[in-house]
Design a protein around this ligand. Sequence first.
Ligand SMILES: [Zn+2]
Length: 263
Amino acid sequence: MENYEIYAIKYAEHDRMSGANFIGGDAHEVPMPLDYYVWLIKGATRHWVVDTGFSAEGAAERGRRFLRCPSEGLGLLGVQADSVSDVIITHMHYDHCGNSHLFKGARYHLQDKEMQYATGRCMCHRTMRYPFSLGDVMAMVERLYTDRVVFHDGAEEIAPGISVHHLGGHTAGLQVVRVHTERGWVVLASDASHFYANMQDERPFPVVYNVGDMIEGYHKAYALASSPEHVIPGHDPLVMKKYPAPHKDLQGIVARLDVAPVA
Ligand SMILES: [Zn+2]
């Protein structure tokens, strides 16, 4: 089976206190910033982009610090956004599903349940709707009507050694991506667990559709990976510290996830 390379590309960040990252808050209330990433899976002949991030405008709307366009990050790894053929969307929240203008040629892989969630009854409620951006949802509908959406239902293989797995929890249709690498099976958990601490301590992040599914999802993500160290959370700055940059110019911008952690 092919061994893929995986890269986490950081494109934005948000300062906040730890209490904002756990249901019920955090007694220590220390600084616990969020990083925003897109991911690149690189094979010998094909590559896949996992999530598409938000734009400078999206960052300004929500008060996030925008560092670089995800396409610029991909460019640093020699990948042009408009040449990407396949995008995997873990879920349709604004920080994972924006920048539709960048990937004009790509097919988008997502779970049936996520599309149903983003266009259904739950979106009547402002609290559930808040992390979505209407423009992203409309772009997905437009893609659907132009043959550029590939739906997945539960666990499905996308290519030999790459599969998606529905976990739900954070959103109704959240999926994680399992990738075969030289060091074993790595799971890109995305927002199945924002931080290492959420899944390690079973302390869920407060933006959630179903808490039970979210906690169950931690265990499913671990079970899909070769070890707990092979599960990569969606927003943890520790990822950039644990994994090496592909070369020193990319320190703090890109981390390589298919090699063993250095810290
Ligand atoms: Zn997110």
